[in-house]
Design a protein around this ligand. Structure first.
Ligand SMILES: C[S@@+](CC[C@H](N)C(=O)[O-])C[C@H]1O[C@@H](n2cnc3c(N)ncnc32)[C@H](O)[C@@H]1O
Length: 229
């Protein structure tokens, strides 16, 4: 991963950036999980924006004191690393449709590195999230990351279904608010509607690792952070 241009200067109103040692640790974990996958079909995404987002998610989970975290969309496991690195007590539940070599090897890596702290549920999130039964001992997820299917109806369902599994006032992050790309239209529309309908209150918008008052393109990556109502 070429990190000659470090993502130094993550800007957020929700936390302060903690610096270079976190960056190099997360970068090396991302490289390790990538190498572990040994999947000839994937290539290492070395965009600085990927590392920036993983760092952001780690700091956010830490700042929000999230100990029970859900993510829709596991893939190679980068965001799982972010959440599991946020605190030694963090427990992560991932929902992923593909039961394939990539997810399996990523799961193997995560389990070896973070034993008993990660739960992976395979299947279509529009079925698996509503069917999920949280342990009786918990009040619901503290933080939910919506990064699965990017089609509008699924993102809309994911936000609504995640809300039922989250504790009141929990934090939600919706990825890919990049409507200038085809895959960003669904998440952007679903997020805008959730705000309009009072399901979430926006806390922060992030565009290329910087907090912004309004996302404007084209940028590589942009996402929104909110609070469930
Ligand atoms: C952008 S990737 C997630 C990346 C991951 N959050 C990370 O940071 O490494 C999106 C993932 O969502 C999964 N996905 C797509 N549709 C889904 C669905 N309906 N239910 C669950 N997962 C889905 C895809 O298989 C893919 O692995």
């Amino acid at each position: 991963m070429d990190m000659s241009m470090p993502p130094a200067g993550l800007k957020s109103a929700l936390f302060s950036d903690s610096g270079f040692s976190d960056q190099s640790r997360i970068q090396s974990l991302m490289e390790d999980i990538f190498r572990h996958s040994e999947d000839p079909m994937i290539t290492l995404d070395d965009r600085v924006s990927v590392l920036s987002q993983v760092l952001y998610l780690m700091y956010l989970a830490r700042a929000r004191k999230a100990s029970s975290i859900a993510e829709i969309g596991f893939s190679i496991g980068y965001s799982s690393i972010a959440f599991l690195e946020s605190s030694p007590g963090a427990q992560v539940t991932s929902f992923e449709i593909h039961n394939e070599a990539l997810a399996k090897s990523a799961k193997e890596f995560i389990d070896s590195r973070y034993p008993d702290r990660h739960h992976l549920i395979y299947g279509d999130s529009t079925h698996t999230v509503p069917a999920f039964e949280a342990p009786r001992s918990t009040d619901g997820f503290d933080l939910v990351f919506v990064d699965g299917a990017h089609e509008y109806p699924t993102v809309k369902a994911d936000i609504a279904n995640a809300r039922r599994l989250a504790r009141p006032g929990a934090t939600i992050v919706v990825n890919s608010l990049t409507p200038w790309f085809k895959w960003g239209i669904g998440p952007t529309t679903a997020w805008d509607e959730a705000v309009r309908d009072g399901i979430v209150t926006p806390l922060e918008y992030v565009s290329n690792a910087c907090a912004v008052s309004r996302i404007q393109g084209p940028v590589d990556r942009a996402w929104a952070v909110g609070q469930f109502q």
